[in-house]
Design a protein around this ligand. Structure first.
Ligand code: KG4
Ligand code: ZN
Length: 362
C-alpha cells in the first residue's frame, strides 16, 4: 500500500547528496517510483575509515550528471515532462549539499520548473507516507549516522521533538564500534553481519539513560564500555567468535536503548497526540535487531510499526523526490537562490542537546 496525493498527476525529480551516497530518482504523485539510482562512495572513503567531506563533494560532482540522465531516461521522460526538481538543501556535509542543490537549480532553471529545497530529515520522516500511506500525526524515531531523535510528526513542516541524543547518533555509535572491532566501513551493516553469529549475553554492556524520565539518548558511555572490554580481552578480542559476541552485545545494547526511550515517547505521544503509528526512519532502521525491538514497543503501546524497506531507510533520492511531491501539492516552491544549510533542525524551537551531558531535562 502506498500513498497517492489527490489532484493532478505530477512527477518530481529528486537529488540526494548530503553525505556519501549520490542519488537521483523520479517519483509520481500517485506514489509510483518511476526510476531510482544510488551510487555509494564506500570504496573512496574506506581507506580513511570514515566519510571524508572533500572526497564526497568531488565524487558527487563527478557522478551526478550521469545519474540524473539515467533516471530521466529510465522513467521514459524528458526534463520538460517533470513538474518540479527537489534536492536536499541540508542538513549535511556542506560541499555535497551545494553540489546537489546547485545541480537541481540548474535543471530547474533550464527546464523552467519549480525548485524544492528539501530538508533531508523531513525526507526521511515522510518516507513512510510514500511506502505505507501513514496519516498524520505519527511518532517518528529518526536514527541515522548524524541524527537520533524522537519526533511527533504533525504535518509537513510541523515537528515536535520529544527527545534527542545528548552525544553520538546511534549510527555513529555503530560505525565507531565496528571500527573498534576491526569490522571495517561502513560500520552498521558490517556489525550487523558479524552479530548474526554472536551471543548477545556473553559480554554484558550498559544501557545508558534506560528508565530516565525523559526521552533522550546517550551512546558515548556504551562505546567506552565496549572499548574497555576490547582492551581487557587483548588479542582475544580479534578472535572471530569473540568478535561476533562483542558485536552482538553492542547491537543488543543499542536496540534496548532505542526501544526503552521510544517506549517512553510512545506513552507521551498516545496521551498528547493520539496517533496510530510508530515510524522508524534513517539508516539504523535497516537493522534487524532494532526493528525487532521496536516491534515489541509498538505492540505494547497499541501502535502500528512502519519501517520502510532498507533501501529507502538509508540515504536515497526517492525520499527527496517524495518530500518534493508532498510540498508541491501544498503549493510550495523555493527561490533559485535557496541556501544550502549545514544545520537545519526539524523542530527549531527545541534547544540543541548534543554536548549538554546527562543533566539535560526535557
Ligand atoms: O540515513 P543514513 O543512510 O545516512 C545519514 O543521514 O546519516 O544512515 C547511515 C547510518 C550509518 O551510520 C550506518 O552505519 C547506519 O546508518 N546503518 C546501520 C545499518 N545500515 C546502515 N546501522 C546498523 N545496522 C544496519 N544494518
Ligand atoms: Zn540520512
Amino acid at each position: 500500500m502506498h500513498a497517492a496525493i489527490p489532484g493532478p498527476a505530477r512527477r518530481v525529480l529528486g537529488i540526494e547528496t548530503s553525505c556519501d551516497e549520490t542519488a537521483a530518482a523520479v517519483v509520481g504523485s500517485d506514489g509510483r517510483i518511476l526510476a531510482e539510482a544510488v551510487f555509494g562512495q564506500e570504496a573512496a572513503h574506506r581507506p580513511f575509515g570514515g566519510v571524508v567531506p572533500e572526497i564526497a563533494a568531488r565524487a558527487h560532482v563527478e557522478r551526478l550528471d550521469r545519474l540524473i540522465g539515467g533516471v530521466i531516461r529510465e522513467a521514459g521522460l524528458a526534463f520538460a515532462d517533470l513538474d518540479a526538481v527537489a534536492a536536499t538543501a541540508g542538513p549535511g556535509l556542506i560541499g555535497g549539499v551545494v553540489a546537489g542543490l546547485t545541480t537541481a537549480k540548474a535543471v530547474a532553471w533550464a527546464a523552467g520548473k519549480p525548485l524544492l529545497a528539501v530538508n533531508h530529515l523531513e525526507a526521511h520522516a515522510l518516507t513512510a507516507r510514500l511506502t505505507d500511506g501513514v496519516a498524520f500525526p505519527y511518532l517518528l524515531l529518526l536514527v541515522s549516522g548524524g541524527h537520533c531523535q524522537l519526533l511527533a510528526v504533525e504535518g509537513i513542516g510541523r515537528y515536535r521533538r520529544l527527545g534527542s541524543t545528548i552525544d553520538d547518533a546511534a549510527g555513529e555509535a555503530f560505525d565507531k564500534a565496528a571500527k573498534m572491532l576491526g569490522l571495517g566501513f561502513p560500520g552498521g551493516p558490517a556489525l550487523e553481519r558479524a552479530a548474526a553469529a554472536g551471543d548477545p549475553v556473553r559480554f554484558p554492556l550498559p544501557r545508558p539513560l534506560r528508565g530516565q524520565p525523559h526521552c533522550n539518548f546517550s551512546f558515548s558511555g556504551l562505546k567506552t564500555a565496549l572499548r574497555q572490554r576490547i582492551l581487557t580481552l587483548g588479542p582475544d578480542a580479534g578472535e572471530v567468535g569473540t568478535q561476533a559476541d562483542l558485536a552482538a552485545a553492542f547491537q543488543a545494547a543499542v536496540a534496548d536503548c532505542l526501544a526503552d526511550r521510544t517506549r517512553r515517547a510512545a506513552r507521551r505521544f498516545r496521551a498528547e497526540w493520539g496517533g496510530a503509528c510508530l515510524v522508524a526512519a534513517g539508516g539504523v532502521a535497516a537493522n534487524g535487531a532494532v526493528r525487532a525491538a521496536l516491534l515489541g514497543v509498538a505492540e505494547d503501546a497499541g501502535l502500528r510499526l512502519v519501517v520502510p524497506p532498507a533501501r529507502l531507510c538509508t540515504d536515497n533520492a526517492v525520499m527527496v523526490a517524495w518530500a518534493g511531491v508532498e510540498r508541491l501539492a501544498r503549493g510550495d516552491a523555493d527561490p533559485l537562490d535557496a541556501k544550502a544549510r549545514p544545520r537545519w533542525p526539524l523542530d527549531p524551537a527545541a534547544e540543541p542537546l548534543i554536548g549538554r551531558g546527562s543533566s539535560v531535562k526535557v
